[in-house]
Design a protein around this ligand. Structure first.
Ligand code: ADP
Length: 200
């Protein structure tokens, strides 16, 4: 499955909670890129300008990273995995379909968290004072939001057309949002998802 939503919607946090509850791995492209930047790898040196500007990393680099990651054993076998932050445009969605098909897999569900822009900007500015993420400045935040609307919402629309989009209100407490996600998943996959009444 994948989880998407605008910057600051809390998808990283919720992806980790889902991972714990469902026992499946999270693959976060943003985390992968930040690790490369932190470790000063060649890829890190290439992507840092895009991260700092709030731009998308070019598709050829992003798709390569995802293709290599999805070839590893923890996501090849087992129950599945959660993609956090990928695909972010329709070209990446097309590439994901190719990667999954080659691995004998398919996309089952696309979770979307929705939060309005004003709330997101204030959340991200608050986060900036705590985590010091270099892309959490007001101009860059607004740019990331714009890109989300332009590039990533069409991915949600495509998933909706396939009948796999599960859209959930992303406002409220972490527990409330987690409960909503579990309930939405459970409605589509009654046997695969543990009881949604006990959000942990
Ligand atoms: P957020 O959703 O708050 O922007 P992420 O951790 O998902 O945070 O992404 C941070 C940055 O990493 C993005 O602004 C972009 O530069 C890069 N990035 C992450 N995923 C992708 C992707 N699928 N395609 C291109 N760039 C990406």
């Amino acid at each position: 499955m994948l989880i998407m939503g605008p910057p600051g919607c809390g998808k990283g946090t919720q992806a980790e909670r889902l991972s714990g509850r469902l026992g499946i791995t999270v693959v976060s492209t943003g985390e992968v890129f930040r690790d490369h930047v932190k470790n000063r790898t060649p890829l890190g040196r290439e992507v840092i300008v895009h991260l700092d500007a709030g731009d998308l990393v070019p598709d050829n680099l992003t798709n390569r990273v995802v293709r290599e990651r999805l070839d590893q054993d923890d996501v090849r076998g087992g129950f599945g995995f959660i993609l956090d932050g990928y695909p972010r445009n329709t070209a990446q969605l097309a590439e994901l379909d190719v990667i999954l098909a080659a691995n004998g897999q398919a996309l089952d569900a696309a979770l979307q968290l929705s939060v309005d822009d004003a709330e997101l900007v204030s959340r991200l500015l608050r986060r900036a004072t705590m985590t010091g993420r270099s892309d959490d400045t007001e101009d860059v935040i607004r740019h990331r939001l714009e890109l989300y609307h332009q590039e990533t919402e069409p991915v949600a629309a495509a998933c909706s057309q396939r009948g796999i989009l599960l859209s959930v209100d992303g406002t409220g407490s972490e527990d409330e949002i987690f409960g909503r996600l579990l309930a939405a998943l459970r409605a589509s996959f009654p046997d695969a998802i543990p009881d949604a009444t006990t959000a942990t």
